[in-house]
Design a protein around this ligand. Structure first.
Ligand code: PMP
Ligand code: GLN
Length: 378
């Protein structure tokens, strides 16, 4: 049979994690914590399981969870989405992204994607007959060149996808960025997907700016987040999308036929645990400490740091160590040094290589220290 994605192989995250396991390397490639979620959250899950909450959840998500998301959103971003008409719980941010893209992209539509970018956007666009229009982020620092974005917009542009804080670069959009984007889409019929799964991982006193804070963006955006990031539970695959009622109606039409609904007892447990604001309010300091420790351990190395303003990723440039393509260098690093990282070229459609590797610092201090010990030898 002919493939619908002939040029697509296995995701770089699966490839690097498998390679790390094969070579018993320290795995700083795929983004996931090597520590557990809070005990109280796990206790709530078993409580709800034993209480019999093990059948289908309502299609848009458990009511109490949507209510808690609504309250939290107002607290953080000054806008209270209606839980009945504007919030949908999905099986991870990945499903929310797929459902949102599928809901709005028709054959021939163009979608602006800022590169490097997370790997699930372009396949979803293409499977719906859309055309990804890749706009590179500007070096150094991977900021958005909004003039370049403007120049890549045509009468066929249906959607712009942004991601802040940004995977893989750690770049964080400013309020001025959001205003620029609002200015570009204002008065057009262009929609926005704002992937904000790392909303609670922003460092050095910077603030996350959600598309929900901007009235122009709010009325045309799907804003997507993930409890996998916030609660150290990437394996639970629970996320959500906030969008105006008309867009939510369309997104739910997709959601009900992709998964129908999302795992029930975990939704109830998260809803209760969301009262614990200290957990997510503590995440910036928690992860900044890890970033700083990792960078301090690596200070004697020959790697060059790109400042990570957010996410749990740190980019390291290896020009002083090797001239290899980043895919080759990353492979050699696993095999010969025993540390796995993600080559950043994997986040470009044409595998553009700027000699950066992405390291995940959502790890225990021992793991970070052990990895750095190996990396400083290079
Ligand atoms: N978007 C970005 C930018 C991500 O980094 C991730 C997780 N790696 C996702 C979406 C997917 O999130 P989830 O695991 O909740 O599907
Ligand atoms: N989002 C994670 C990362 O960027 C990985 C998710 C996945 O493996 N699909 O590493």
């Amino acid at each position: 049979p002919t493939s619908k994605l002939p040029d697509v192989g296995t995701s770089i995250f699966s490839v690097m994690s498998a390679l790390a396991n094969e070579h018993k390397a320290i795995n700083l490639s795929q983004g996931f914590p090597d520590f557990n979620c809070p005990d109280e959250l796990m206790e709530l899950v078993t409580k709800y399981m034993h209480a019999g909450f093990n059948q289908y959840a309502p299609m848009p998500g458990v009511v109490s969870l949507r209510e808690k998301i609504s309250i939290k959103t107002e607290k953080l971003y000054g806008y209270r989405p209606n839980p009945d008409t504007e919030i949908t719980v999905t099986s991870g941010a990945t499903e929310a992204l797929y459902a949102a893209i599928t809901a709005v992209v028709k054959p021939g539509d163009e979608v602006v994607v800022l590169e490097p970018c997370y790997d699930c956007y372009a396949p979803a666009i293409r499977l719906n007959g859309g055309i990804p229009v890749y706009v590179p982020l500007a070096l150094p620092g991977f900021s958005v060149d909004w003039d370049l974005v403007k120049r890549n917009i045509s009468s066929k542009t249906r959607l712009i996808i942004i991601n802040t804080p940004h995977n893989p670069t750690g770049a964080v959009m400013t309020k001025a960025d959001m205003d620029e984007l609002a200015h570009i889409v204002d008065g057009s019929d262009i929609l926005v997907i704002s992937d904000e799964v790392y909303e609670h991982m922003v460092f050095d006193g910077f603030k996350h700016h959600s598309a929900l804070e901007n009235a122009i963006l709010r009325e045309r955006s799907f804003v997507i987040s993930s409890f996998g990031k916030t609660y150290h539970t990437t394996g639970w695959k629970i996320g959500y999308a906030i969008a105006p009622p008309a867009l939510t109606t369309e997104l739910r039409k997709m959601h009900q036929f992709i998964t129908f609904s999302t795992v029930t007892p975990l939704q109830f447990a998260i809803a209760d645990f969301m009262d614990n604001e200290a957990h997510y309010l503590g995440l910036p300091d928690f992860y900044q400490e890890k970033r700083d420790a990792f960078c301090e351990y690596l200070a004697p190395s020959r790697f060059e740091f790109l400042p990570s303003a957010g996410t749990y990723f740190q980019l390291l440039k290896y020009d002083a160590i090797s001239g290899e393509h980043d895919q080759d260098f990353a492979k050699r690093l696993v095999q010969e040094v025993g540390v796995a990282a993600v080559p950043v070229s994997a986040f470009y459609h044409n595998k553009t290589d700027h000699h950066y590797l992405r390291f995940c610092f959502a790890k225990s201090d021992e793991t970070l220290c052990a990895a750095a010990e190996k990396l400083v030898k290079l």
